[in-house]
Design a protein around this ligand. Structure first.
Ligand SMILES: Cc1cc2nc3c(=O)[nH]c(=O)nc-3n(C[C@H](O)[C@H](O)[C@H](O)COP(=O)(O)OP(=O)(O)OC[C@H]3O[C@@H](n4cnc5c(N)ncnc54)[C@H](O)[C@@H]3O)c2cc1C
Length: 403
């Protein structure tokens, strides 16, 4: 394969993780190039809950103070079990949690990058090792090939870079989720809390973003309809309304009034905890981060924050090692450089593995609980969760460290 361009660090995917990794590297004085297949910044999923550990990572990236101005702090979490007539409130959240518009998040991160860092409309088709140097050769949809010294796959759950590493494809829960955004022009008047109405298999939640905007999500057991109709906003809205008929009228009204452009229907995926424990996340100078590494069910609202943590840790590990070498050097120096880069990536994987194992285990158990119809399986899962995750919110106390 003949290559046209040679670039130091290439990041595939300009979602939360890819942009955050580029920004973290930039703040350490390291240049990178982000290849994003979409024509513009993607904001799929409407909004995202960012918990205290995510804010610590955003502080390290230098964008937290800007983002704090865009969303209200969430004071508490209220769960209402409709079928048991029970209500539980976890309050007050002593640490910071907010729900951000995805567009605000990706824009704030992208604005911190030097001009030309993101190349839009650039889809990566495959990755192969260069037979001479073993550096990765990145094949693009337009036929061109880029040779990178370091390749970081932040290309989400269907990652071509994860395929190159030989990681197993993510698995599917028998669960789907719809996410949306509703604007109340005269104000919604809701408390600043995450409210979740729980049915037997169902969950519908809402979080105010500001005084007018409310982010909501619905999740249910089952397989979503086929992918063509599941992209049609009118269909998603009707499908959701039909699915939550038994829920309070205020929730139905919220879904009916939602912005059709922001509606998404997703089949929930995960990388199994044992694949996180045993996965080989480096091959030569190639690695993955974000959902490409550890896609997880959204039940604790941590996938995005974990991607931000990855960005900080990966940039720190690379920066610590890269100052020892000149990665543009060729010839006899090349093997030394590749070893140094390999050590940096290994350090990143080592630092992240246990953290990701715990998150993936907790979300796997929660997903198993939600998708199961057997009382015995539910009981066994709950017992295991009580043993392993006595404090179910302990994951928010994590700090990924300084950049
Ligand atoms: C229903 C649901 C609710 C969620 N809620 C929360 C929440 O409240 N809080 C939270 O923290 N997380 C949440 N998550 C998880 C969160 O959305 C993800 O963890 C996060 O978006 C991962 O970011 P990423 O950048 O790794 O991947 P992605 O967001 O998937 O970005 C990947 C990027 O790579 C690009 N790309 C893909 N393939 C290629 C290619 N071949 N070439 C070039 N570009 C490519 C894509 O266009 C995309 O821009 C939720 C997930 C779901 C499904």
């Amino acid at each position: 394969m003949e290559y046209g361009e040679e670039i130091g660090i290439v990041i595939v995917g300009g979602g939360i993780c890819g942009l955050a990794t580029a920004l973290a590297l930039h703040r350490k004085g390291i240049k990178s190039l982000v290849l994003e297949r979409s024509g513009t910044l993607r904001e799929t999923g409407a909004a995202i809950r960012v918990r205290p550990n995510g804010w610590r990572a955003l502080d390290q990236l230098g964008v937290a103070s800007k983002l704090r101005q865009t969303a209200l702090p969430i004071q508490r979490q209220r769960d209402i079990w409709l079928y048991r007539n029970k209500e539980e409130t976890i309050e007050p959240q002593s640490e910071e949690a907010r729900c951000l518009l995805r567009s605000d998040l990706v824009t704030a991160i992208a604005e911190g990058l030097p001009h030309g860092t993101i190349r839009f409309g650039c889809q990566v088709l495959s990755v192969q090792p260069d037979p001479l140097t073993s550096y990765p050769l990145i094949q693009l949809h337009n036929g061109s090939v880029i040779k990178a010294k370091i390749l970081i796959g932040c290309d989400g759950a269907h990652s071509v870079v994860a395929d190159f590493l030989g990681l197993k494809p993510p698995k599917l829960f028998v669960l789907w989720a719809v996410r949306g955004l509703t604007c109340y022009p005269s104000g919604h008047g809701l408390p600043t809390e995450l409210t979740r109405f729980q049915g037997e298999n169902f969950i519908i939640g809402r979080i105010p973003i500001d005084d007018k905007l409310v982010y909501w999500f619905v999740s249910n057991r089952g397989y979503p309809p086929d992918s063509n109709i599941s992209k049609d906003p009118e269909f998603i809205r009707e499908f959701t309304v039909e699915s939550i008929k038994a829920f309070p009228e205020e929730m139905l009204d919220m879904v009916r009034r939602s912005d059709p452009e922001k509606l998404t229907l997703t089949h929930i995926r995960y990388r199994a905890p044992w694949d996180i424990l045993l996965g080989k996340f480096r091959k030569g100078t190639v690695t993955v981060a974000g959902d490409a590494m550890h896609v997880m069910g959204p039940f604790v609202g941590q996938g995005g924050s974990a991607a931000l943590e990855d960005a900080v840790v990966l940039a720190r590990c690379l920066a610590q090692k890269l100052h020892q070498v000149d990665i543009s050097a060729e010839g006899r120096q090349m093997r030394i450089i590749q070893n140094v880069i390999g050590e940096a990536i290994d350090q990143f994987v080592k630092e992240r593995r246990m953290r990701l194992l715990k998150l993936s285990m907790q979300t796997y158990l929660l997903g198993s609980l939600r998708q199961s119809s057997s009382s015995i399986a539910k009981f066994a899962t709950m017992a295991l969760m009580m043993v392993l995750f006595r404090d179910p919110n302990a994951h928010t106390q994590y700090y990924c460290g300084d950049l």
